[in-house]
Ligand binder design. Sequence first.
Ligand code: ADP
Ligand code: MG
Length: 632
Amino acid sequence: MTHRRISVLPDNIANKIAAGEVIQRPASVVKELIENALDAGASSILVVVREGGRALIQVTDDGSGMDERDALASFLRHATSKIASYEDLESVSSFGFRGEALASIAAVARVTLKTRTREEESATVVKIEGGGAPAVSQEGREPGTTLIAQNLFYNVPARRKFLKSGATEFRHVYDEVQRIAISTPGIALHFISDNDTVFNLKPAPLLQRLRDVLGERRCEGLIPVEEKSETLTVHGFIGKPAFGLRSRQGQYIFLNGRFIVNRTINHAVYSAYEHLLDKGTFPFFLLFLDMDPRRVDVNVHPSKLEAKFDDEQSIYRVLSSVTRKALASVEAVPALTIEDGGIEPGTVATRFTPRQHAWPGEGTATLWSFPERQHVDQKTGEILPFIPYPGPAAGPSSGVADGGTLAGRLLGTPALKDGVTELAPGVNGAVLPHGGTRPEAGTPTLIWQLHNKYILSQIKNGLLLVDQHVAHERVLYERALARFATSMRSTQQLLFPYTLELSAPDFDLLTELLPQFDMLGFDIKPFGRHTVIIEGVPPDAHTGREGKIVEEMLALYNEYRQDNPTQVRDNLAKSYSCKSAIKAGDSLNEAEMRSLIDQLFATSMPYVCPHGRPIVLRISIEELDRRFGRTS
Ligand code: ADP
Ligand code: MG
């Protein structure tokens, strides 16, 4: 190759090259132009395309408009009104900020800009062809801006050749406009393609906008989602598993109003649907995430679809738990058509299995009951499930610890002193179902334990699997919250108080948390330097492990505190339930399993553990039939 001198590329060539990055096809132009209109504060936008945008793209808005100086400047490379310094980039909340779009579009199309501010009498018209010199004139029009781009890539034959047919390009334009329509329900949006109105949307609440854009059918079976964590708010809709889609089309994530693609978030959402969707179907989801723009980098790609979070893990956690909760909040999760007819709309808990046969005398005494009301914490305003725990006289809380057998903890019946558990029918943890209605009589359901880890049972529509640890965790978690809420404290005194020596930070933490430990039912007294004496534990705690439980609770609490520093009680309830719950490996007898499952389905959220892990899975009989190749 012959040697050539270095020269700086003229702007029009540089812009042409840059255009390759920003403008892939007509749809990219449409997106940039609508985003400019939104950034200009438009409340009404008209989008017109011909031949899928190959021949013409026109976007008109009623936004701020530009005066002549800005109208000309807007076509310069890196000309933007949205950031002025590198620091501004941190907190940028507009769609654009690179100042590349108009320069790029003008480099590869015939462009006309007509724009008028509110202060001006007439509009400035700027015409540029293929990045050439602008021609300026004046014209009458309403305040706002129209940008017309014709014959995209007319001067870059190589790119023009790669454009697809009008129909295909229209498909891409349509996707782009649709996403914007969904994310900006408050803005009127009229979309015309080859003289036909594709949609003409009035400002509307989100759900209405979704119906207008996606159609009624797609909006069937949507579950609203709402969650606020310290760093992130999430709202939107997810689809019930029964409405699974044949493609990944119905998946929308908007971060601070911007459509993004993010594998972490997708994975978090997918994980919640695991085992709920048939093979080859995909969930619908539409999630709006809002967070401090400083915690996310949208600058990683010129087309700005990707976003990088500074704390992906916590985003993952929030989203997977949000989705799980939403799924659990409807009859979505294990499609619980359980023996007695399933779940009433709006309630989650259901009766697991009729118990008349197994437990004569049920109903004469219940361990606790679950009225359908909630309890508001006076101090924090936090809403807690209302679960009164038996007072000292009613439950196992009176008297001396029995060694904390599983039966004692699960069934609430003290074991006999010789360690043999006696199950007293009638006080064995029978729980009235929601609302107190007694279930219909039915056949007793078979129940098994698998590998001392999972509980299996036949349900009407297939097989139910329960993870025993997380199930118990859920039960204990709600009980702990109830204790905080009602200050109905109960303790089992230890026969042999346990002396626990802690590290200095753990000791300080425990000292700080003593009032909360006390409310949970722990009886702990400081005893000299870094040492405490445990004299009593909650009735459902595993005695014999009390030292370990307290120590492990502190460690876990410390972890949770990082994520949610203000949620003292919730963090402690989570730590407690995790550490006191029966573990994988604990063998359960039939009564214990039944009791656990009954208690589980009496909680407010039987399908998701406090950390967002699933508790219950269902394999439908259809699924089994399918797998075994049964066709009938
Ligand atoms: P960016 O949006 O990244 O700033 P653009 O090339 O898309 O870059 O636009 C350059 C500038 O032109 C914008 O910063 C804005 O000031 C102005 N502009 C573009 N479109 C419009 C519009 N529809 N209404 C008002 N001003 C606009
Ligand atoms: Mg822009």
